[in-house]
Design a protein around this ligand. Sequence first.
Ligand code: NAP
Length: 330
Amino acid sequence: MFNALVVDKDEESGKTSAAVKQIDVSDLPEAEVLVAVDYSTVNYKDGLCIGPGGGLVRKYPHIPGIDFAGTVEESSDDRYKPGDKVVLTGWRVGEAHWGGYSQKARVKADWLVPLPKGLDTRQAMAVGTAGFTAMLAVMALEDHGLEKNHGPVLVTGAAGGVGSVATAILSNLGYEVAGVTGRPETTDYLKSLGATQIVAREEINETVKRPLEAESWAGCVDAVGGAMLARVLGQMKYGCSVASVGLAGGAGLPATVIPFLLRGVNLLGIDSVMQPYDNRVRAWNRIASDLPMDKLEDMVHPATLSDLPQLGADILKGQVKGRVVVDVNA
Ligand SMILES: NC(=O)c1ccc[n+]([C@@H]2O[C@H](COP(=O)([O-])OP(=O)(O)OC[C@H]3O[C@@H](n4cnc5c(N)ncnc54)[C@H](OP(=O)(O)O)[C@@H]3O)[C@@H](O)[C@H]2O)c1
């Protein structure tokens, strides 16, 4: 028997409730690899899955947790053996499949990535899906020509999980970083991560009539979407790219095509969930080499399984700063 955060649904009222419960290894779904989970984290999707589900959860009872890192306990797949350190993000684990808010998880070998040298399981979850996605976004900007002497790179939703890690990576790589935040109290935190310019959310979260403004940004990691993304497209320098990562401010895009046609701006889509294996390995290796671990540590807020119902509600309200690391064995 082991502990897990189990979400159940009352069929009559349709309401869900989450509580730490004891479950048996035999309750876990069939798959090739049994992992003793060390750490998990809290993402927006986790907030949905701990709470009302947001249409993501297929079946109850459910164990959320869209990412985890731990140690292989049993494996029927040649690629993994007991004792191997692994990390998992995406593949709809924690949504359609039981996830990482559990002391044990049984998953497909294809979904795992061996932990790169230089990263332990706690650090891997301080990075988590948010940091992994931030790294994918930075790699996509670089692959599309981002260079250090092009000017400042904008990070929206900068004090959130994706934004915090993107800020730290970009700054560590030598880029000038401007962070957009709606929480002025996070200014010192963002500067400590390496942001040299803070843009107030209200300056940039509404569209304007002019489709093009002054050319300000050499790149952008956008966690917000909506009107802010539309506005940013018109502020990009000629030929530069925006990596669209999130929708914290809305899924709509009230934009014109003018920045694409007159400035050759690129809008790059970033998906972490179905990302091919080779690029996952590339991203985790880049994280191990390019993310300063002292800054990563500064972003971390420790938590336990029993903190998750509250943290899930907090992240849905945009009230989580930096990265929550859940010690499932505490
Ligand atoms: N594409 C993918 O594969 C992928 C992977 C991971 C996450 N995501 C998405 O990326 C987004 C960020 O994830 P996260 O884990 O960083 O979440 P998070 O920690 O909640 O951060 C989101 C940040 O966005 C800002 N924000 C929140 N509401 C806003 C609003 N109404 N208008 C403008 N800004 C707002 C806040 O930053 P400030 O307080 O600094 O303003 C907040 O901290 C989410 O939409 C998530 O679903 C996508």
